[in-house]
Design a binder for this molecule. Sequence first.
Ligand code: NI
Length: 172
Amino acid sequence: MAIRDIVLLGDPVLRTPAEAVESFDDALRSLVDDMFETMYHAEGVGLAAPQIGLSKRILVVDVRDDDDPAAGRFAVVNPEIVAVSKETEKASEGCLSIPGLEELVERPAVVEVRGFDVRGTPFTVEASELLGRALQHEIDHLDGVLFLDRVSALKRRMLLKKWRKLQDESDA
Ligand code: NI
């Protein structure tokens, strides 16, 4: 296993719709192991393959906590949102590719996601709360969409201004 570099806002791979995975082989399983390790190292709850520079439709999430240690850790290959609730919820989101920024994002409260595990077995998961939000955020990445795109134009301008300031500070 290896920790991969996480690409940051400005890298075109984050804006490129990712390609479907066709081979469920050892290389895929090894890549997914790396994605989990990279996500844990960065202390995130989700990571999509484009965030390590690979334009492939793969995501990993781990939203387990002490109350729920068994559920909420899995990889989804070629995920698709097949149903969303009418009800929406707002909650704060950040992104490992845009460190230092956080904003409230409104999304459907419940989603049904269909996809494949690393062996190519199809499965469906109905998700709400943190898991539902993490899945929607990571699936957005596979379509070249960032949480910045889901806030108001005013908020987005403020966030991008803050991002440029953070980048200037880290360059200095
Ligand atoms: Ni993200």
